[in-house]
Design a protein around this ligand. Structure first.
Ligand code: NAP
Length: 333
């Protein structure tokens, strides 16, 4: 598997990661046996950059990863473990719906993550959401101390505004910014996030690079989603917005068919083609999808093919916001 560098501090990762969130959180249909097999298969294929967060569950996602990794013969340093803190988890172990960037909070969170993951260090530790009540320098001062203490190797931030990225990076170096990015969600090209990363030498990790599964072509109606699935409440997967998005999707799928690749492979190849500072983390809990997705690293798009995609899926093409209103308010702070 091709390796890529994230940021200027030396973090090397597989060109494609594995998003583990859906294995225990947000997307319906949990199957721990298949999820475990998927993580093991990912490592066999060289997809060694694994993405989780304390909030996924909460805690169950890190626990699943920890238990799989403890049973493997591969060395800890063959895996790049990324986790996140900041979507606040209360003393009862449930999400509070708030964001917490206070130093004493994150010091407790990293210790919990290390325990659940069964390791003495996290390779990449992200601030999941920015807390507007806490100056970013306070949060990042404490994150820098975690690096000095050896609990964390590299630092990242998710869904932050360009000015926040700048201030955090001036406090302790950021190796990766993680934000939603796919050929359906190209806001970062327009709002200064990607440009700021490139100016500062920070790597970029697109989450939901398959548009939360939409770009695979397997979701054509809200009813295709399991009961309790988070996407049932996402504006993009509902009503007229969904119908408009399906019309664009059909055009994208026609381009995939012409190229002789699956729609998901086209979507991932497009993200990978946006620069070698970019490392997408497609999510799946199935070996079958993982193997298909790993094949995307060998799909190369010509300038003409990229131009054809640009025509049918320009910046801003998707209809409907990517989160419900309350969650939209927590982005780009
Ligand atoms: N920083 C943040 O705020 C944030 C937010 C969201 C996600 N993330 C991270 O980013 C990762 C990826 O994002 P995501 O999972 O939201 O979205 P995604 O990667 O765009 O899509 C995942 C969905 O696509 C389906 N899928 C994957 N490969 C497929 C294939 N070859 N054919 C058909 N369907 C396929 C999966 O199905 P199955 O689940 O059935 O396998 C799942 O429903 C997450 O796992 C998480 O680690 C971060």
């Amino acid at each position: 598997m091709e390796q890529r560098t994230l940021g200027s501090q030396g973090l090397r990762v597989s060109a494609l990661g594995l998003g583990c969130m859906g294995m225990t959180f947000a997307y319906g249909g949990q199957d721990d046996t298949e999820s475990r097999a998927t993580i093991e298969r990912a490592l066999e294929l060289g997809v060694t950059f694994l993405d989780t967060a304390d909030m996924y569950g909460p805690h169950t996602n890190e626990e699943l990863l920890g238990s799989v990794l403890s049973g493997l013969s591969s060395q800890r340093d063959e895996v790049t473990l990324a986790t996140k803190f900041g979507n606040e988890i209360g003393a009862d172990g449930k999400g509070t719906g708030r964001v917490n960037g206070r130093p004493d909070y994150l010091r407790g969170q990293i210790d919990g993550s290390l325990r659940r993951l069964g390791t003495d260090h996290v390779d990449l530790y992200y601030q999941h959401r920015v807390d507007p009540e806490v100056p970013i320098e306070e949060t990042w001062g404490a994150l820098g101390e975690l690096v000095d203490a050896g609990k964390v190797r590299y630092l990242g931030i998710s869904e932050a505004a360009p000015e926040t990225i700048r201030r955090a990076h001036a406090t302790a170096p950021i190796s990766a910014v993680q934000t939603e990015y796919s050929l359906f969600t190209r806001d970062v090209e327009d709002d200064g996030v990607l440009a700021t990363c490139r100016e500062l030498g920070i790597g970029f990790v697109p989450y939901s690079p398959i548009g939360r599964g939409f770009l695979s072509g397997t979701i054509r109606s809200t009813d295709d989603l399991p009961e309790g699935d988070w996407r049932r409440n996402s504006p993009r997967f509902q009503g007229e917005a969904l119908q408009a998005n399906l019309r664009v999707l059909d055009e994208v799928n026609a381009l995939a068919e012409r190229k002789g690749v699956s729609p998901t492979q086209l979507a991932l190849a497009w993200v990978l083609a946006q620069g070698d500072d970019i490392v997408p983390i497609p999510g799946t809990k199935r070996r079958r999808y993982l193997e298909e997705n790993a094949g995307a690293v060998d799909v190369h798009l010509s300038a003409e093919e990229l131009g054809a995609i640009e025509e049918v899926a320009p910046v801003g093409v998707a209809s409907g916001e990517r989160y419900p209103a309350a969650a939209m308010g927590m982005l780009r702070r």
